[in-house]
Design a protein around this ligand. Structure first.
Ligand SMILES: Cc1cc2nc3c(=O)[nH]c(=O)nc-3n(C[C@H](O)[C@H](O)[C@H](O)COP(=O)(O)OP(=O)(O)OC[C@H]3O[C@@H](n4cnc5c(N)ncnc54)[C@H](O)[C@@H]3O)c2cc1C
Length: 495
C-alpha cells in the first residue's frame, strides 16, 4: 500500500471516528503486528510481518458496524482485538492493508441480573472487572482462565476460552447465554437470552470461537452462579505416573461428580509448580466448591477414588500447598510485562504450550507417544529445559493434555519458532490427530495451527468453510486465522 493510499484511508477513517480513536504511532503499530506467539522476535525487534496501518478504538456497536462496513467496501483486512493475550497468532498481521479494531473502550457492564442469574457486558469489559462486581454481590462467573486479570469478554468468547474451574462451571460456551455481533457486510445480529431453545442449529456458535475470522463480537451475556467460598476444599496427592493419575481422575468423572478442579501434572511439570513437595512424582489435584451438600458428596467421591486406587497413590499432600498455589496462579499485566522485560534484558529462554484433548483411552497413548518422539526425534532435545504436561480440564468421556516445553534459544531470534517451537508443536499435533483427538483443546487455532485446520475437522471442514464463504465473502476478517492461507504459511511459518 503506498503512502498516498494509507493517508487517504486514515483521512476517511477520521470521518467515522474522532482523532483520539485512531492510533498510528509506529511503536503501537509494531506492537499490534503480532501477539505472544512471536514475543521473543518482537522484543528483539526482528518481526517479519507487516504492520497494520492503524488501531481503531470504537465506543459502540454502531461504530464497529460503520468501521467494518467501510473495510469490507475497501478491501481492508480487519483484526479484532480485545485484551491482547492471544497465544496462537490470532492477532498477527499477514496483510499490508490492515486495521486493528480494538474493543477495549467498549467497557460497560450493561446489567447484572441476579434474579435471572445472568450478566450482560460490552465486549471490552475485562473478566476480572465483571468478576469483582459479581463477588461484591455474592456471585461469580465461574470463569477463571489464568489470563482473567487482562483478557476481555470479546476475546474470551472469540477463542472459546476455558478457566481453571471448568470441570464444575463449564467452559465459555457453556456460560454464554446470548450475544451481539457485527458481520462484514454491516449486519448486526443479536442472539437473545433464553435458557434453552430448539429453534434450529445453535447460532451462538457462529460467533463463539470465530477468532475474529467471521464477525466482531460487541456484547455478551453470561450465566452467573452463587459463590460459596466458605466450602472450598482442596486435595493433593503424589502418584507414580501419568497413567495411574489419569485412572483416578477418570474414576471421579465417570461416577458423575464434578469437582471444580481436577488436575494431574507430570513429574517434570510438577517440578515447575510444586518443587517444595513433589518428590519426583506426578501431582494430582482436586478442588471442590459449591453448596455444602454437593461439596461433601464430591469430597466423598474423591476420597473413595483415592482409596480404590490406593496402590497408585504414593502420598497425600497437605491441602494448604494446593490452596496457596491456586492463589498465585493468575497472570496480571505486570507479570506479562515482567516476562517481556526479562527477555529484553537477559533473553535466551522461552517456553510454549500445545493443548490437545482426547478420550480416556487415547489420552495416555498421545502423552506417551509425544514424549517418546520429542525425546528421540527432535534434534535439539538436549536444549530443552523442560518437557512435560498436565491434564487440567476433565469431562465424562475424556480430558485434555497441556503439553509444556521450555528451551534455551541458541539461534537467531527470528528463527526461534522454526527451530524450536514448530517441530515440537508438529509432533504433538500429529500424534493427537493420529489417535483421533483434537489439536486444540483451548487457545484456538489462530494462524499457527491453521496448517492443520483441515486435518482437525476432516469431512466437517466443509461446514466451516461454508461459514467463511457466507459471512465473510470478501475475506476481510482476520486473514489467515483458522482458515489456512498456503502462501503466508510458507512465508511466515515455514520459511
Ligand atoms: C498468561 C496467559 C494465560 C492464559 N490462560 C488461559 C486459560 O487459562 N484459558 C484459556 O482458554 N486461554 C488462556 N490464555 C489465552 C488467552 O488469554 C485467551 O485465549 C483469551 O480468551 C484471549 O482474550 P483477549 O481478550 O486477550 O483476546 P485477544 O488476545 O485480544 O484476541 C484473541 C483472539 O480473538 C479475536 N478477538 C478478540 N476480540 C474479539 C471480538 N470482540 N470479536 C471477535 N473476535 C475477537 C482476536 O482477533 C484474536 O484472534 C492465556 C493467555 C495468557 C497470555
Amino acid at each position: 500500500m503506498n503512502n498516498q493510499t494509507v493517508e487517504s484511508t486514515i483521512d476517511e477513517l477520521k470521518s467515522l471516528l474522532t482523532e483520539k480513536q485512531i492510533v498510528t504511532e509506529t511503536e503501537e503499530l509494531y506492537d499490534a503486528s503480532a501477539d505472544r506467539y512471536k514475543k521473543y522476535a518482537k522484543v528483539k525487534n526482528v518481526l517479519d510481518v507487516p504492520m497494520p496501518i492503524a488501531i481503531l478504538y470504537p465506543h459502540s456497536t454502531e461504530e464497529v458496524k460503520s468501521l467494518i462496513s467501510y473495510c469490507n467496501q475497501n478491501d481492508i483486512n480487519v483484526i479484532p482485538r480485545s485484551g491482547k493475550t492471544a497465544t496462537e497468532g490470532g492477532l498477527e498481521n499477514w496483510k499490508d492493508k490492515t486495521v486493528v479494531i480494538d474493543g477495549s473502550r467498549m467497557n460497560e457492564i450493561i446489567k447484572i441480573d441476579p434474579y435471572n442469574m445472568q450478566a450482560t457486558v460490552q465486549s471490552g469489559v475485562k473478566l476480572q472487572t465483571l468478576e469483582d462486581e459479581l463477588r461484591k454481590q455474592g456471585y461469580t462467573t465461574g470463569h477463571s482462565p489464568q489470563s482473567k486479570p487482562v483478557a476481555q469478554l470479546g476475546g474470551l468468547v472469540a477463542t472459546r476460552s476455558i478457566g481453571q474451574f471448568s470441570t464444575l462451571y463449564g467452559a465459555i460456551e457453556d456460560m454464554v447465554v446470548g450475544l451481539e455481533c457485527v458481520f462484514p457486510e454491516g449486519q448486526v445480529s443479536k442472539v437473545k437470552n433464553v435458557p434453552r431453545r430448539s429453534g434450529g442449529p445453535d447460532i451462538r456458535h457462529i460467533a463463539i470461537g470465530n477468532e475474529g475470522a467471521l464477525c466482531y463480537i460487541t456484547e455478551v451475556t453470561v450465566k452467573i452462579f452463587k459463590f460459596y467460598p466458605e466450602n472450598n476444599t482442596y486435595y493433593g496427592y503424589l502418584v507414580e505416573n501419568m497413567d495411574a493419575g489419569l485412572k483416578v481422575l477418570r474414576e471421579v468423572m465417570v461416577n458423575g461428580f464434578k469437582p471444580s478442579v481436577a488436575r494431574l501434572y507430570s513429574e517434570e511439570d510438577a517440578r515447575q509448580h510444586f518443587n517444595h513437595f513433589y518428590k519426583d512424582k506426578c501431582v494430582l489435584i482436586f478442588m471442590t466448591e459449591g453448596p455444602e451438600g454437593i461439596v461433601k458428596a464430591t469430597n466423598g467421591a474423591i476420597e473413595e477414588a483415592a482409596e480404590k486406587f490406593d496402590s497408585h497413590i504414593f502420598e497425600k499432600v497437605d491441602s494448604s500447598h494446593i490452596e496457596n498455589w491456586f492463589i498465585n496462579l493468575n497472570w496480571d499485566q505486570s507479570r506479562i510485562d515482567e516476562e517481556i522485560n526479562e527477555m529484553k534484558d537477559h533473553n535466551s529462554h522461552d517456553g510454549f504450550t500445545t493443548e490437545v484433548s482426547a478420550d480416556w483411552e487415547n489420552v495416555i497413548k498421545i502423552y506417551n507417544n509425544v514424549m517418546h518422539r520429542i525425546r528421540n526425534e527432535f534434534d535439539r532435545a538436549d536444549e530443552l529445559t523442560m518437557l512435560g504436561g498436565h491434564s487440567s480440564h476433565s469431562y465424562l468421556n475424556g480430558t485434555n493434555m497441556y503439553f509444556v516445553y521450555n528451551y534455551t534459544i541458541n539461534c537467531a531470534p527470528e528463527d526461534e519458532m522454526q527451530v524450536y517451537h514448530h517441530p515440537i508443536h508438529e509432533i504433538i499435533i500429529e500424534e493427537t490427530l493420529k489417535c483421533g483427538g483434537s489439536m486444540c483443546h483451548h487457545h484456538g487455532i489462530g494462524k499457527y495451527r491453521s496448517e492443520w485446520t483441515k486435518a482437525e475437522h476432516g469431512s466437517a471442514y466443509y461446514m466451516l468453510e461454508k461459514l467463511k464463504e457466507a459471512f465473510d465473502p470478501k475475506g476481510i476478517m482476520n486473514h489467515g486465522t483458522i482458515f489456512p492461507q498456503e502462501s503466508e504459511i510458507k512465508k511466515f511459518i515455514r520459511s
